[in-house]
Design a protein around this ligand. Structure first.
Ligand SMILES: Cc1cc2nc3c(=O)[nH]c(=O)nc-3n(C[C@H](O)[C@H](O)[C@H](O)COP(=O)(O)OP(=O)(O)OC[C@H]3O[C@@H](n4cnc5c(N)ncnc54)[C@H](O)[C@@H]3O)c2cc1C
Length: 416
């Protein structure tokens, strides 16, 4: 049995380790197109902040890990997949035959159609190569413009602040983290960043970037412009599915999979940022491009590939950010569900906010600013779909009693 895994990120590496655990005699090959040992993108901000070196980003710290586990790691790009002949064509011209194939090719950063994005000094922050390029131009006091204040942009923001650069964040939507949190939370996060000395321009677009005498000149939709030594582009990501064109494997935003992470082709599975799998909050199939989902997919896909039928019941959409010391988080259906009810607690001055979304007497979604003790509880309540009974009515007026409600409900204690 030859298991081939395309993509050497967390989904691929976790799948390989699980395959070895459940199929001691199989041949396992990981094929990844980056010229690095398998690493975690999630660790890049710590590399930028100087908290770790490159080796700290590696997914397996033991240098002999892959060899010792009989996992062959090839560094080459896969150009095409032929499910009829169970074969992959690599860009070095060779072919690899598989018995079972996992597509774990992740996602890539989007380059929006803005003039000047190909200039030196303009970089995404998605790969190790991007991180190295950013490090060359992000020294203390350097003018840096960050395009996009979404989840990834806000993570990079924190790392750039730690480097001591003069940072301006430009976000075209009306608030920070618009696909993660509501207006109240987004505005609170913006005010927090500005209090810490970061300029945040929301409702503003970057119209173009040009070279100037001192570096780069960033033209804004407001008619103004910003000087920059470095522009970091964090404008969203898209699943890496282009190489599957003509393969007959069904794709949409990502690779379509069923409740066992099987694609439309026999013996081909998908996991991680490339997979369009079940979202447990909505029941729909969508791409949830976060590392816990990639890890979960990798493990479940491997079990299925090894012949242990294991359903994927759905992943939870969750985002947790620490931005210059302020923790923000959102879980599940944070915008609410049709016919549901919602409760809010807001203390603007203290940077504290909690919004709970209910479906009947079950918690369906949540978002929080400045409240770390609610993170695990909100996640647990949403995942277990625990019925809150009369505690739900109490939470409608006192959402901050979430922890109390969770403990009591788990033990079957009704409120008095
Ligand atoms: C700066 C940054 C910070 C992040 N922080 C967080 C965080 O705090 N929390 C969180 O949950 N998530 C975070 N993420 C997102 C997280 O890193 C991804 O969700 C995760 O990496 C997905 O894992 P994956 O294995 O599916 O894909 P990837 O890690 O993208 O790995 C896929 C690999 O496949 C390769 N590949 C693509 N096409 C081919 C091909 N044709 N042939 C061979 N190889 C190919 C890619 O180059 C890549 O090496 C962050 C991402 C970045 C960039």
């Amino acid at each position: 049995m030859h298991h081939v895994i395309l993509g050497a990120g967390p989904a691929g590496v976790i799948a390989a380790d699980n395959l070895r655990k459940h199929d001691a005699n199989a041949n396992i090959t990981i094929i990844g197109d980056e010229d690095e040992p398998p690493y975690s993108r999630m660790a890049i901000p710590y590399l930028l902040a100087g908290q770790i070196g490159e080796e700290g980003t590696y997914l397996r710290q033991d240098k002999g890990h892959y060899k010792n586990h009989g996992i062959d790691v090839k560094r080459v790009r896969a150009g095409a997949v032929d499910p009829k002949n169970k074969s992959i064509t690599l860009e070095d011209g060779s072919d690899v035959a598989y018995d079972r194939l996992l597509l774990a090719t992740g996602a890539s950063a989007i380059r929006p159609p803005v003039e000047g994005l190909d200039l030196p000094g303009v970089h995404n922050c998605w790969t190790m190569a991007d991180a190295r390029a950013i490090l060359e131009r992000a020294d203390k006091g350097d003018d840096v413009v960050l395009m996009g204040a979404g989840f990834i942009g806000s993570i990079i923001l924190e790392a750039l602040v730690k480097r001591g650069v003069k940072l301006v964040v430009v976000e075209m939507e009306d608030r920070m983290v618009p696909r993660m949190m509501d207006e109240t939370a987004g505005a609170m996060l913006k005010r927090w960043c500005e209090d810490k000395g970061v300029r945040v321009l929301t409702g503003t677009q970057i119209k173009g970037i040009a070279e100037s005498r001192d570096g780069l000149d960033v033209a804004l939709s407001s008619g103004k412009s910003l000087p920059a030594r470095l522009v970091v582009v964090a404008a969203g990501v898209a699943s890496n599915i282009g190489f599957l064109k003509g393969s007959g494997i069904d794709t949409d935003a990502g690779v379509k999979v069923d409740g066992f992470l099987r694609t439309s082709a026999p013996d081909v599975y998908a996991a991680g940022d490339v997979a369009q799998a079940r979202d447990m909050s909505t029941g729909e199939f969508s791409v949830l491009a976060i590392q816990p989902v990639a890890a979960d997919h990798g493990r479940i896909a491997a079990l299925n590939m090894a012949g242990h039928e294991t359903p994927h019941k759905g992943s939870l959409n969750m985002n947790v950010l620490a931005t210059i010391g302020l923790v923000t988080s959102s879980f599940g259906a944070w915008e609410g569900v049709k016919g549901g009810t919602s409760a809010r607690m807001c203390d603007d001055n203290a940077y504290r906010y909690l919004r709970l979304e209910f479906d009947g007497d079950r918690l369906a979604g949540a978002q929080a600013v400045g409240l770390t003790d609610h993170i695990g509880i909100a996640r647990g309540l949403i995942q277990t779909k625990l019925r809150l009974g009369r505690w739900k009515d109490i939470l409608m007026t006192s959402p901050e009693r979430l922890a109390e409600a969770y403990v009591a409900t788990s033990q079957g204690i009704a409120p008095v």
